[in-house]
Design a protein around this ligand. Structure first.
Ligand code: GLU
Length: 555
């Protein structure tokens, strides 16, 4: 057991370069001047180069809550795990979230710079701050250096396992917890590597009742682990950085993933040791996915749709993704949207207590439906603009077609866009190539064509008869009457009742005739309205296609 004086002296030995006190630091981070209800929240990712769709989920919630309250949303970068860090990791996060319209009021603005008065906003630049608080804890006997090697820790673990005891560095197993000053001094003089650990005063048998902003009332056991606060390289662990950063940055409450829920007692003990006011937590459950009959976490390794880059590359409409995420967050968003079809999502009163407590299902097919619905409501010009933006990054060929044949493209997008039967076949901008391929001769040539089983001579007659009367100035009714004439002339029925009562009398129905026209002109059995398709393609292309079909398929 060390005396008060010994601990004070030890803190000087360990942190001889640290001259500031916790009070000096706290003075630099004064209370914010907030009006009633204004929230300050932060999003605190690590720059690992991978942005999970769950990050969009969490940060969108923080963004909306702060925007709605006229508060501040902060981007803090947690880069204390140097192994997982990638180059440009910060700008990747910023750009990824920016894509979804999530902006920050404070914090990092690129890989190097930040804005705001509560920085630095990147943990590697806050080393001095963490050391000031670590020094203070050591001097008060609330933290201490531990010189255990990996091997020693492993053998403690093994012994605990053999005895069937809880594993970890706690109580009597915490070898350096009660080391004398001389023992510590000798280790330091021998230049042994050390970490700084919490001197836990908790008791695992005591229960803490706490109210989580999302999960509601929860009961946890007190912490009794002497967890690492500063690693041997001097960098803080998440457990130590979180109470310090969130206190100094004057955060209203902590919104974070529920993988941290089990560490909450540890965090609460560190808050207490530091003399800080306890912050409230809202633990967000992970996004889940159905795998066969069971639910599991959306996984970075197994599910391509876990990555934000998936949505960006595939060109999911941002608004569609945001709407779906809000549906997942608060299921009443759906009804709100029906009642308020034109409102900005900022008008939606997102509520933490309405979150799914166990883990919400992220269902890509539902997302697709929402995106389809969203795109179906856009004007052709809006589709053009968004598709252009996507193609400028991801599809050079489509990009140049959009640029060079703008009017043609807009008229393609305008097919079945107005009126009662609006097309709902575009989910995302990467669907555009397959949507427009029938309209561009080079793409049409490369396309796999479909076919029907019908006598070639008969097909030829149908196409020739149609060509003879085809006139692009016809109204839809005139056009259809001509298709019917072709049908009758070639022995097809134009009256379904009549056809059903005596099918043998006919070669087929008028729909079969239209199918031949469709196949000749588009190469596909299913397309948007054929009349409109022909109108957009124009006479020359329609005639060329029919000729081409006769000369290649029907020979
Ligand atoms: N860097 C931590 C993470 O990415 C942050 C957790 C938190 O928001 O406090 O999980």
């Amino acid at each position: 057991m060390r005396t008060i004086e010994e601990n004070k002296y030890l803190s000087e030995l360990l942190f001889s370069d640290i001259k500031e006190s916790p009070q000096d630091i706290l003075k630099k981070y004064p209370e914010r001047n907030l009006k009633e209800g204004e929230l300050v929240l932060r999003f605190a990712p690590s720059p690992t180069g991978f942005i999970h769709i769950g990050n969009v989920y969490t940060s969108l919630v923080g963004y909306l809550l702060t925007k709605r309250s006229n508060g501040k949303f902060i981007l803090r970068i947690e880069d204390t795990d140097k192994v997982r860090e990638v180059e440009n990791g910060i700008s990747q996060i910023i750009n990824g979230l920016e894509y979804f319209g999530i902006h920050f009021d404070e914090g990092m603005i690129n890989d190097k710079e930040s804005k705001g008065d509560y920085g630095p906003y990147i943990q590697s630049e806050r080393m001095n701050i963490y050391k000031v608080f670590a020094k203070d804890l050591v001097s008060k006997g609330l933290a201490y250096p531990c010189f255990c090697t990996e091997d020693e820790l492993e053998s403690i673990r093994k012994e605990q396992t053999d005895l069937g005891t809880r594993t970890g560095y706690w109580g009597k197993w915490a070898k350096w917890r009660e080391a004398t000053f001389d023992e510590v001094k000798r280790a330091l003089d021998s230049n042994w590597t050390f970490v700084i650990r919490l001197y836990s005063n908790g008791n695992i048998d005591n229960k803490i009742n706490s109210k989580d902003l999302i999960k509601g009332g929860i009961t946890l056991s007190e912490n009794d682990m002497d967890s690492v606060l500063l690693k041997s390289d001097g960098l803080p662990t998440y457990h130590f950085a979180h109470p310090i950063d969130d206190t100094l940055m004057r955060i209203s409450f902590v919104l974070r993933g529920d993988e941290w829920l089990s560490s909450q007692p540890l965090h609460m003990e560190i808050f207490k040791a530091l003399g800080f006011k306890q912050l409230e937590y809202g633990h967000i459950s992970p996004l889940m996915k159905m795998d066969g009959d069971s639910k599991r976490k959306l996984s970075k390794r197994k599910d391509p749709e876990a990555a934000v880059s998936y949505y960006i590359e595939k060109g999911y409409p941002v608004q569609g993704v945001k709407e779906y995420i809000l549906n997942v967050a608060n299921s009443n968003f759906y009804d709100w949207r029906i009642q308020n079809p034109d409102e900005d999502i900022l008008e939606f009163n997102i509520r933490l207590e309405k979150f799914n407590k166990a883990g919400a299902l992220f269902d890509i097919s539902k997302l697709n439906d929402i995106c389809k619905e969203y795109i179906s409501k856009l004007k052709a010009q809006e589709i053009y603009d968004m598709a252009l933006e996507w193609a400028s990054k991801f599809n050079e060929d489509i990009h140049s077609k959009l640029i060079n044949q703008k009017d043609y493209c807009i008229s393609i997008f305008n097919i079945e866009r107005e009126g009662s039967k609006v097309r709902k076949d575009i989910v995302k901008w990467s669907d555009i190539p397959s949507q427009v391929e029938i309209f561009f001769d080079d793409m049409f040539m490369d396309m796999d064509k479909e076919s029907v089983d019908m006598d070639k001579g008969l097909q030829k007659n149908i196409l020739n008869d149609f060509s003879d009367t085809y006139y692009p100035g016809d109204s839809v009714q005139e056009w259809f009457n001509k298709v019917k004439d072709v049908a009758i002339k070639n022995g097809f029925s134009v009256d379904s009742k009549e056809y059903e009562s005596n099918p043998k009398k006919f070669k087929g129905k008028v729909g079969d005739v239209a199918m031949i026209l469709r196949l000749a002109v588009t190469g596909k059995k299913q397309t948007p309205d054929l009349y409109q398709v022909m109108q957009v393609m124009g006479e020359e292309r329609v005639r060329e296609r029919i000729k081409g079909y006769i000369n290649t398929v029907l020979v």
